[in-house]
Write a protein that binds this ligand. Structure first.
Ligand SMILES: Cc1cc2nc3c(=O)[nH]c(=O)nc-3n(C[C@H](O)[C@H](O)[C@H](O)COP(=O)(O)OP(=O)(O)OC[C@H]3O[C@@H](n4cnc5c(N)ncnc54)[C@H](O)[C@@H]3O)c2cc1C
Ligand code: SF4
Length: 509
């Protein structure tokens, strides 16, 4: 069976979902392919046991790490992709992140666009994803308009911590958060099961709720769920993609189109290009640079919990504070260390997944007296950190974290701060080399086809009708959460597609 559309978008997460929303109402007939299904709205959405022990919504797929050991990646195949489970911390990159920046472990490369180019699209992405925040607190804040929505107030215990941080000479700022209709009927209730859980109320600003649903209601957009793209097929010249081969609920379907937008995430997009190898592209589609799948980055991330035995933590919604004082340089080093943000409350079940033999009651008692944080540092693009496919078509994630020294300094600095705030003990945990939540960088964009896969509008240098708008395009990982930048760039690429490829159609309507 074969069908034709003007544009096929593959993947409905932060990049693909936003792209579909931006093309809704255009004259192009758009098909959005998503390998997963809608996440059902059900009581289990907010059940830590279902989400963390039974892994109810996790992708049922194993990857292999750099030691050849298989692991279940922390990723989700569903409408909205990983945004359904995100913490909705929606940051702009700092102005400096677009420039090359010297880190303890080497150079973080410049982006082919600057902050000012993306700023108007950040404005639009923040409006689309209902971002709450407040300017004037964050020492690393880029020039910007006021946020579309007021900041989420700190809970009383967090306000005390914020005051304590200020007392230490730091500059805590409100975390920018994408939440819908906070406190209004049917809107966000600021609960304790947000980060890593799907929102039962559809009040989280995820790509399904903010982008895909509206797009799919437009007459020009068709959504296929349970439709996995297997391979892209080029025309005889090899310069254009002619069709995508799709497994649609077990049925093989071929879809032809004038333009293809791949957005499967920074592991699955290079995998799709590798699976699309042909005589014209023997090393994988769009891979004349040899960089497809290389330069994988994922941030260095350490969960931290400050514990005080006699100070029960009554906070329900805890994820409201950021500390960016060490983003560009550390207190004792000229190099950037990274960012610290408060996290959603840890549930006993979540902690038990780390050391299963400790009884749940002990964890519950522990986390009831803990305050949770995330320390996050930039990792640098290294060509041998990469995604590869083996002969059996299995995905290998060959990743060794770098810039580790800077990250350790950040964690140690935060440990000291928490002790200064009176916490008796600080415990830490990290996914290390199996870190996949902030995956990026595997199809970097740039101006030189020898050193990048995509051009500054995310079009493949080698294939004229192929764009990629997921996190793969990042040439560096910065140290803030990536998704607002993915959405902003998707909006920018959509404008470009409308102004170039769809111009004739737009003017004749
Ligand atoms: C628990 C968690 C918390 C997070 N919190 C934050 C946060 O607070 N802030 C932030 O900025 N980021 C956060 N992230 C990261 C953020 O979710 C990702 O950066 C973002 O979703 C990446 O967007 P993407 O478009 O690259 O990929 P995704 O959003 O993962 O979308 C890829 C989509 O492609 C689909 N797909 C894959 N392969 C195929 C195929 N072959 N055919 C068809 N469809 C396919 C997938 O099912 C998926 O829907 C978090 C992630 C997780 C897991
Ligand atoms: S109600 Fe608000 S805090 Fe709770 S999951 Fe939904 S969006 Fe997150």
């Amino acid at each position: 069976m074969s069908q034709h559309y003007d544009i096929v978008i593959i993947g409905s997460g932060a990049g693909g979902g936003t792209m579909a929303q931006a093309l809704a109402g255009s004259p192009a007939r758009v098909l959005l392919l998503e390998r997963g299904d809608f996440v059902p709205r059900e009581p289990q959405n907010w059940d830590p046991h279902e989400v963390w022990m039974k892994l109810r919504y996790r992708a049922r797929e194993y990857w292999l790490d750099e030691r050849g050991e298989s692991f279940l990646p922390y990723t989700h195949y569903c409408v909205g992709g990983n945004t359904k489970f995100w913490g909705s911390v929606l940051y702009r990159l700092r102005q400096e992140d677009f420039q090359s920046l010297e880190h303890a472990d080497g150079l973080s490369p410049a982006w082919p666009i600057d902050y000012d180019t993306l700023a108007p699209y950040y404005d639009r992405a923040e409006a689309l994803y209902h971002v709450h925040g407040e300017t004037g607190h964050d020492p690393t804040e880029p020039p910007r308009r006021p946020y579309p929505h007021a900041p989420i107030p700190h809970a009383a215990a967090m306000q005390q911590i914020v005051d304590g941080l200020r007392g230490l000479g730091l500059h805590p700022s409100p975390l920018p958060l994408g939440l819908r209709h906070v406190g209004e009927p049917g809107g966000c209730i600021l609960c304790a099961t947000c980060n890593s859980f799907p929102c039962q109320l559809h009040a989280k600003s995820d790509a399904e709720v903010c982008a895909v649903r509206a797009a799919a209601e437009a007459s020009n957009v068709t959504l296929w769920t349970n439709a996995c793209a297997r391979r892209l097929v080029t025309d005889p010249t090899g310069r254009r993609v002619a069709a995508v081969e799709v497994d649609r609920g077990g049925e093989a379907v071929r879809v032809t189109a004038d333009l293809f937008v791949v957005s499967c995430g920074a592991v699955n997009s290079p995998v799709l290009l590798m699976r699309s190898a042909s005589d014209r592209h023997p090393n994988g589609l769009a891979n004349s640079s040899g960089l497809v799948g290389r330069r994988y980055m994922a941030h260095l991330a350490t969960m931290m919990e400050g514990f005080h035995p006699f100070r029960p933590n009554t906070t329900v919604f805890q994820k409201t504070v950021a500390i960016n004082d060490f983003y560009l340089r550390g207190p004792d080093t000229p190099y950037p260390l990274g960012q610290i943000q408060s996290q959603g409350r840890t549930h006993g079940v979540m902690a038990q997944t780390v050391v299963p033999w400790i009884p749940l009651w002990a964890y519950d008692a522990w986390v009831a007296r803990g305050v949770d944080w995330l320390a996050m540092s930039e990792d640098l693009p290294r060509e041998d950190n990469r995604v590869v496919l083996d002969r059996d078509d299995r995905i290998h994630l060959l990743y060794r974290p770098n810039n580790v020294r800077a990250h350790r300094m950040l964690v140690e600095r935060m440990r000291r701060i928490l002790r200064q705030l009176g916490f008796w003990l600080v415990v830490t945990h990290s996914h290390k080399s199996r870190n996949t939540t902030h995956q990026c960088g595997t199809l970097a964009f740039g101006t030189d086809p020898r050193t990048s896969v995509l051009d500054p509008y995310c079009r493949a240098h080698d294939v004229e009708n192929l764009f990629v708008v997921d996190a793969s395009f990042f040439p560096s990982s910065a140290a803030v959460n990536p998704a607002l930048t993915i959405a902003a760039q998707a909006l920018r690429v959509a404008d470009h597609i409308r102004a170039t490829h769809l111009k004739v159609m737009e003017t004749s309507v």
